[in-house]
Design a binder for this molecule. Structure first.
Ligand code: 5CU
Ligand code: ZN
Length: 376
């Protein structure tokens, strides 16, 4: 039996939860009339908020979720909205303290039976807020690089306030690349809520569509800035299987072909850059996983002008850049004893992809993540 490694699983460590409790506007944790804590993080979220509890901050709750679902190792990351709402001094000191807290959280996790591997590794935080000196961000990169159980960092889409195509981020990408850290790119803001109309649809449109659109725009802007040409070894993992980038990549390439400014900035066809990315397998369906794996494997071939269709072989090759995830503790079941539907669906999807064999399924469940994060 092979391992199962979860690369998309979040925490709000106690120090962060305390910040949220101290606030009177979102993001915040409030206590409702029934005396229960609720989490309010998304703009326009109803005042009811969502349930929040030990699974966000207590390592035993994380481990018991892992045990219930057969997850051997988790690579945990801070949940949105990270430090985006803080002043530069607060962001700097909280990033430093939270990275220490996360290293300790991972270090105190048990080892896998008969192994020197830990059950929990982590992705730290950078103080990415407008107005912060880049030197402070670089200090956080070095801090993370020195922490034995942190393998990279989670990042939202705003950068220093101007997005991921901001030239001011160049020294940050360089330091991340040189230190071999992984960037987990994750959404929080979605898109302009006016896109969702007036019907009451709860969180469905912002989460199902807004989140992936946000990731798509952020990584596309990164690609269009030529950042992959400047930092060819940077390793970026995209949340939610890359949003809509795989589906739109040929349209993107076509639009670039007709835009001399962007075309002259890039060394490669836009689809080439998809082959430099990694994608979580949090897509909830086998057809989506099949499609993403096929597209990312074909990415590099477009430059030769040949896209020769080899679907099944492509799916196998592309699966090497896909990694299982759960999004715990978001989307909990209604009863505490149930298995989490999101986890079950994502595992069943991996099992059902046509054209993936045992090697590909085991790779996506664990092997790819172990290699990607250097867990060995
Ligand atoms: O789908 C997700 O990744 C999430 C997340 O991480 N945070 C959140 O607020 N909702 C959904
Ligand atoms: Zn998430």
């Amino acid at each position: 039996m092979t391992l199962l490694v979860d690369v998309h699983t979040h925490v709000y460590l106690p120090r962060y939860a305390s910040w949220l409790r101290s606030r009177s506007v979102a993001p915040r944790i409030l206590v409702n009339e029934a005396g229960e804590e609720r989490l309010l993080i998304l703009e326009n979220e109803t005042n009811v908020g969502r349930p929040v509890g030990p699974s966000y901050w207590d390592i035993n709750a994380k481990l018991s979720f892992m045990d219930q679902h057969g997850i051997d190792i988790s690579v945990v990351s801070f949940a949105n909205p990270w430090l985006d709402f803080l002043s530069p001094p607060d962001a700097e000191s909280l990033a430093r303290d939270l990275n220490v807290d996360l290293e300790e959280y991972c270090a105190t996790s048990p080892s896998l039976p008969s192994s020197s591997l830990k059950r929990i590794y982590g992705l730290g935080l950078l103080p990415l807020v407008p107005g912060i000196p880049v030197s402070s961000v670089l200090e956080a990169v070095s801090q993370i690089a020195k922490a034995p159980h942190l393998r990279g960092l989670i990042m939202g889409t705003k950068g220093l306030g101007k997005g991921l195509d901001d030239d001011a981020l160049n020294p940050v990408w360089k330091a991340i690349e040189e230190n071999g850290l992984v960037v987990f790119l994750h959404p929080h803001y979605g898109v302009d809520p006016s896109a969702w109309g007036e019907k009451e649809n709860g969180h469905v449109l912002p989460l199902a569509l807004g989140f992936p659109f946000e990731t798509t725009t952020a990584i596309t802007r990164f690609i269009l800035s030529g950042a992959f040409d400047r930092f060819p070894s940077i390793r970026i993992l995209l949340a939610h299987s890359g949003g809509t980038l795989p589906q739109l990549s040929s349209r993107l390439a076509s639009c670039i072909d007709h835009d001399p400014v962007v075309a002259s900035r890039l060394k490669h066809d836009a689809r080439f850059y998809l082959g430099k990315l990694w994608f979580d397998a949090v897509a909830y369906g086998p057809e989506e996983l099949a499609f993403v794996s096929e597209i990312i494997s074909r990415a590099g071939r477009y430059e030769s002008g040949s896209t020769n269709t080899k679907s099944l072989a492509d799916r196998k090759e592309g699966s090497k850049r896909m990694l299982f995830g759960t999004d715990h503790p978001f989307f909990p079941p209604l009863s505490s004893s149930e298995k989490w539907k999101s986890v079950v669906e994502n595992l069943e999807a991996i099992d059902a992809v046509a054209g993936w064999g045992t090697n590909e399924r085991e790779g996506v469940r664990a092997g790819n993540a172990l290699t990607f994060f250097g867990i060995q």
